[in-house]
Design a protein around this ligand. Structure first.
Ligand code: FA5
Length: 314
């Protein structure tokens, strides 16, 4: 038996031999069962053989397992110098990425996200924003009109109205959303993203507005950004400004519009302009994404071309 164990070549054969010896009707099992009538010496001999055989089985098992492992290692090694299989990881769209970054910054400034519908009624998109019918400023934005008199939202400023109607004053909100205008070239898209900020409270001034814009841009572009404000006109702000930021080679880039909320707008939302005042700003955040990530055609954002997304560094 001892030789048999020693000469076993495979784990399967060893397993079989083990069952034949220690299984239910195994040779050793039967011997151990029938020891009752044997002398002490005979019992001691059987017990000793039992222990010795178990030990031998164990050693042989270890030896065969090690041999099996070594055989496996010899064939199944990993060549870490080989090129890996190409991996297709999904990434966030540059617009989604920028949107998340801008939202996180505004939230850290204490602004709360508000939303509104993309199909707007005339009141929220124009009239409440101090742009009644026949107001010449309606021509400033090339609007898509729907048959029922509603419009595709031309500006996220409509959300200002919805938020003030709902929350009243004081209020500190931002809004992000798609806006629509009949425009299409490399820097204008018929659908584009706007981001709006609104802060109405007692004693809010233009310098709060300028500081908010400068800090927002500096945080987004991860460096100190110089901004310039120019007088402008929007029916819903007075005074109104446009703001630019200084970019490569001292070039100024126009980002958006802003100003102090017009008293008529506050009144339209049942806020007393003698008690409250505030600022609002709005800009195309897909333009900011283009600048941050060095992209030059706004239309590519919306084409859904995976090859472009891969090459845009994302
Ligand atoms: C407005 O839409 C105002 N609602 C902004 C505002 C908000 C002023 C709050 C005051 C207070 P304007 O039409 O200039 O303003 O558009 C703002 C920005 O949106 C532009 O500076 C530009 O960055 C972006 N934008 C406008 N039209 C397009 C377009 N067709 N494609 C891409 N971006 C556009």
């Amino acid at each position: 038996m001892k030789d048999k164990i020693k000469n076993t070549k495979t784990l399967e054969d060893l397993q079989k031999l083990y069952s034949d010896t220690f299984g239910k009707n195994g040779t050793m099992t039967l011997q151990l069962k029938n020891m009752a009538n044997l002398s002490n010496d005979e019992r001691a001999a059987i017990n000793a053989e039992n222990s010795e055989l178990r030990q031998l089985f164990k050693e042989k098992q270890n030896e065969l397992e090690l041999a099996a492992l070594n055989a496996k290692l010899a064939t199944e090694y990993v060549d870490v110098t080989l090129d890996n299989e190409p991996q297709n990881h999904g990434t966030l769209h540059p617009l989604t990425q920028s949107l998340k970054e801008l939202s996180a910054i505004l939230e850290s400034f204490g602004f709360t996200l508000c939303t509104g519908p993309e199909i707007e009624d005339d009141w929220h998109n124009f009239t409440a924003l101090n742009t009644p019918e026949y107001h010449p400023a309606r021509d400033m934005q090339d609007t898509f009109f729907l048959k029922n008199g509603n419009v595709m939202r031309t500006q996220t400023s409509a959300i200002q109205i919805r938020a003030m109607e709902k929350i009243g004053a004081p209020i500190k909100i931002f809004a992000i959303g798609s806006t629509y205008r009949k425009e299409l070239d490399a820097t204008h898209s018929a659908m584009f993203g706007q981001m709006e900020g609104l802060y109405v409270d007692k004693n809010i001034t233009m310098s709060d507005l300028v500081a908010t814009l400068r800090n927002l841009l500096s945080r987004f572009f991860e460096r100190e950004i110089e901004i310039r404000i120019r007088p402008s006109y929007f029916p819903f702000t007075e005074p109104s400004i446009e703001f630019d930021m200084k970019w490569d080679k001292g070039k100024w880039i126009e980002l958006g519009g802003a100003g102090m909320v017009h008293p008529n707008v506050l009144r339209n939302c049942k806020i007393n302009p003698d008690e409250y005042q505030g600022f609002a700003f709005g800009f195309g955040w897909d333009r900011m994404a283009m600048l941050k990530y060095g992209l030059n055609d706004i239309r590519a954002f919306y084409d859904g071309d995976v090859r472009w997304l891969k090459n845009s560094g994302f």
